[in-house]
Design a protein around this ligand. Structure first.
Ligand code: BMA
Length: 850
């Protein structure tokens, strides 16, 4: 039975008189005649799991057991009842927000839709086919594999698409999330199903099909906004209507503009300009409030409001400054006229089964992004255009979104049918996302341009085919997509491909536009290379780690606890991954033998190494104006470059990002024979500051102490102080001492940054086996630890066997004699009762030989 609703809110839109069609669904494998209950929105994999027909795909090597699903066709059916009053509406639309992917939709015997693109929503007028009483709806999904086979058979060459894990690499023929065919961190799960909401919409004489709040000019003194509406007059006569826009901020008096319009039958475009004096500007995370206005549009005919739509709008200006200068070409974001150093991360889909990604999960992820002082996420081109919820949560938190179109790491076809699909997808998603304050830019693809230049395709395919691929590239990324952005989202920046120009390891790298640095991974370079290879904007750099043991435990048993066991290898999709982790680990640490130690140390290593990059990028502003980590999250429990694992557990990397991206940071580095202290600040105001430098030994004895006074740099980085490296450490043994830096406000004594610098690599340190005293207090369902250590304890990791718990801090160095309180709360708000707490430190790792 379908659920009847009056008014409900979905995304930014208030929908009048809708009937959500999420009930009574059944599914069947085509030809089987067995109908089983189904959940909509969902995927066939979720339904098969729920019915016990598929094992948990994430467990062990079950990935192999689920591959048959993609070769089958699947049917979904439901029925719903309608009343005479409902049928009396002027028009009724059947709305699918997403169908995955090749689907024929039949309603009461009529074929009303043929879908072929997962990335678009469909809105079909169906009044004519509806009946009083029972109505039958059937969606028939065809196997995306078999559907693409004719193209595969006749193509004459195999597209690069190296991440597509099946011999028949057909993914590029289908407009469907690329990562679902496999990736170097991804399980292959080629899904199908009604993956986003479906409903009937009952319309009166007119509907607002689109409402674009176009921000033509925004400064702190005035915002000029054009309210652009597409109003569909559903009758066959001209109708006189009043169109009204109200704009409200909190309790302030609303601004309003009204206009009388004669609506012609069909779609009418109406424009209502509105100026807002002294607007509350939407500010990025760290710079103030992400102010949001409520914009509301309505259409009234004969005194009755027949349609309305609303959006939450952040008024701001965002400019991507890509200008030639003496050093190359800049790439940075200017928000409300102020250059912003972008601190952030790359987002992949949070689940292999997309309908599982609820708003709560988006909220949690965006909270994590905000907590790490990030102001940008990149929605990477191998996944999906995310749900409205992601962009809404980014709007609320001042997180800018770099939005890729969904193309990654391979060329694509450019036949007319394909181009038509891409064009529809661009129109649909640009219109869906363009009202978001967070949406900072569009990018044509991920690494396709780089691939065309450097990945050996010319040699592999020969000139003729290569030329065809190059023509396709031009048509898609230099013509079709930028033209759509220009037409539908004027003013928003479009970048053809990321990275902009050269690949890492090429001459002239790092001078122009955004870069991806894979030197520390594929290039097998030490982390120190990040200090030297400074780009104008780092849009990707990454290093892998295993997830922590409790996550490994979710898919493996103790007999699999070996880096090279079949189960662990099924969860390590990078063929060189384990080798690279161990190789780099060996540069900084003694490589442990025990699996659990390797997992722990690997997490520490990833965090330390990546932090080196974040700090180098920040230090080098304004030459470099951004640092985006590869990658924020995981789509299943796996070994990967992520900072947060599938269950929401922060790896050491995310804590390190929070430290490296703090609004104010003091950072010491060795440059030649100098030890240089940099102060980096994203704060927009200066103040007098004092830096206290203490040379300390591992037992806590202060060997030397001095203070340096100065001013906090404003939205910039500055060399604050330097000393000779040798004299800095003259009076001590570098293997047992460190520098403790505390940066404070000179007058208010507020601690702005508290960091340590180690003169030698961990491998060379003589770390003590510190005694950590831990007091545990249960407090309102949370758990508070008070930790104190007699000597330095490095990389303290608190483990709790509950998924998704939140730690106020973790993976930190406990300084001798300093007491730290750590609050642990459960991810879902449930009380943490009698959990066991396990604490590790670096010197706990034991080696069989000494
Ligand atoms: C980057 C990404 C992904 C990939 C990652 C690690 O370039 O764009 O394609 O997962 O490399 O190899």
């Amino acid at each position: 039975m379908a659920l009847l609703t009056g008014f409900f809110s979905l995304g930014n839109t208030t929908l009048a008189d809708s009937l959500t069609l999420h009930s009574g669904w059944q599914f069947s494998k085509y030809g089987s005649n067995e109908w089983l209950p189904a959940v909509v929105p969902g995927t066939v994999h979720q339904d098969l799991i729920a019915q016990g027909k598929l094992p948990d795909p994430f467990y062990g090597m079950n990935e192999d057991e689920i591959q048959w699903v993609e070769d089958e066709d699947w049917l979904y059916r439901t029925s719903f009842t309608l009343t005479e009053e409902q049928l009396a509406h002027q028009e009724i639309f059947l709305v699918f927000e997403g169908l995955d992917t090749y689907a024929d939709v039949s309603l009461n015997g009529a074929c009303i839709l043929k879908a072929d693109n997962m990335f678009v929503g469909y809105r079909v007028p169906v009044k004519h086919f509806l009946r009083k009483g029972e109505n039958k709806l059937l969606v028939s999904f065809r196997s995306p594999l078999r559907e693409a086979m004719p193209q595969w058979e006749t193509n004459g060459f195999i597209y690069p698409a190296a991440n597509d894990h099946r011999a028949e690499r057909v993914s590029i023929f289908t407009r469907k999330a690329p990562y679902s065919y496999g990736w170097d961190w991804g399980i292959r799960m080629v899904t199908c199903g009604i993956w986003r909401p479906v409903r009937l919409e009952f319309a009166g004489q007119a509907v607002i099909e689109d409402y674009f709040v176009c921000q033509e000019s925004v400064t702190s003194s005035r915002a000029e906004v054009d309210n652009r509406l597409e109003i569909n007059n559903l009758s066959n006569q001209i109708q006189e209507a009043q169109v009204k826009i109200t704009c409200t901020y909190g309790q302030e008096r609303s601004r309003m503009i009204e206009q009388a319009v004669s609506l012609q039958p069909g779609v009418n475009t109406v424009s209502l300009p509105l100026n807002i004096e002294s607007p509350h500007l939407w500010m990025p995370n760290g710079w103030g409030e992400a102010a949001l206005y409520d914009f509301h549009a309505s259409v009234t005919i004969d005194g009755k409001t027949v349609a309305c739509k609303q959006h939450q709008i952040g008024l701001r200006s965002i400019r991507v400054v890509q200008e030639k200068d003496s050093l190359g070409m800049s790439f940075y974001f200017e928000v409300n006229g102020i250059p912003m150093f972008a601190k952030g991360t790359n987002l992949i889909p949070s689940d292999a089964l997309l309908p599982r990604v609820t708003r709560e999960r988006y909220v949690c992820l965006l909270e994590d992004v905000q907590a790490a002082h990030m102001n940008m996420i990149r929605v990477w081109g191998g996944g999906v255009y995310e749900d409205d919820a992601l962009y809404e949560e980014a709007d609320k938190r001042g997180i800018l979104v770099w939005q890729d179109f969904m193309f990654a790491c391979t060329p694509y076809p450019h036949d007319p049918a394909f181009l038509k699909q891409v064009s529809e997808e661009a129109v649909y998603n640009i219109k869906r996302l363009r009202n978001h304050a967070s949406l900072a830019m569009w990018c044509g693809n991920n690494e396709v341009s780089e691939g065309m230049k450097y990945w050996g395709w010319k040699k592999k395919y020969g000139t003729e085919i290569y030329q065809q691929l190059a023509d396709g590239y031009d048509i898609l990324f230099r013509r079709l997509l930028p033209e759509k952005v220009k037409e539908l989202d004027p003013g928003r920046f479009y970048l053809e491909s990321s990275p902009y120009e050269a690949n890492w390891g090429r001459p002239n790298t790092w001078k122009n536009g955004d870069s991806h640095n894979w030197g520390i991974w594929y290039g097998q370079k030490p982390f120190e290379s990040l200090d030297a290879e400074i780009p104008r904007f780092m849009s990707e750099f990454g290093f892998q780690s295993f997830p922590e043991m409790k996550t490994i435990h979710s898919f493996a048993s103790p007999e699999d606890y070996n880096m090279e066991s079949p189960v662990m290898n099924a969860h390590q999709k990078s063929s060189i991954g384990n080798f690279l982790i161990k190789k780099t680990m060996g540069l900084y640490y003694r490589v442990p033998e025990k699996f659990e130690d390797l997992v722990y140390l690997g997490l520490v290593l990833q965090g330390q190494g990546m932090r080196q990059g974040m700090e180098a990028h920040r230090r080098n502003r304004p030459y470099c104006m951004g640092s985006l980590i590869w990658q924020l999250n995981d789509s299943w429990p796996v070994v990967s470059w992520s900072a947060i694992d599938y269950y929401g557990n922060w790896k050491a990397l995310h804590y390190q990002s929070r430290r490296a991206f703090a609004p104010v940071l003091v950072d010491a580095v060795r440059e030649g024979d100098k030890l240089k202290y940099y102060v980096m600040s994203d704060v927009l105001k200066t103040k007098d500051i004092v830096l206290q430098i203490e040379l300390t030994d591992f037992k806590g004895k202060v060997l030397r102490r001095h203070q340096v006074k100065g001013e906090l740099p404003v939205n910039s980085s500055a060399l604050f102080y330097e000393e000779d490296w040798n004299s800095a450490f003259a009076a001590c043994d570098t293997t047992t001492s460190f520098i403790h830096m505390t940066l404070k406000g000179a007058h208010d004594r507020q601690v702005l940054s508290d960091e340590v610098y180690y003169p030698v690599r961990p491998k060379a340190q003589h770390l003590p086996q510190a005694k950590i005293n831990c007091k545990i207090k249960k407090k309102n369902g949370a758990c508070e630890l008070t930790l104190k250590s007699d000597q330095l304890a490095r990389d303290v990791f608190i483990e709790i066997p509950v998924q998704g718990v939140r730690f106020s801090d973790n993976f930190f160095d406990l300084l001798p004699g300093v007491s730290r309180k750590i609050l642990i709360t459960s991810g879902d708000g449930s009380p943490l009762e009698d959990v066991s707490v396990h604490i590790r430190q670096l010197s706990d790792i034991s080696y069989t030989e000494n």
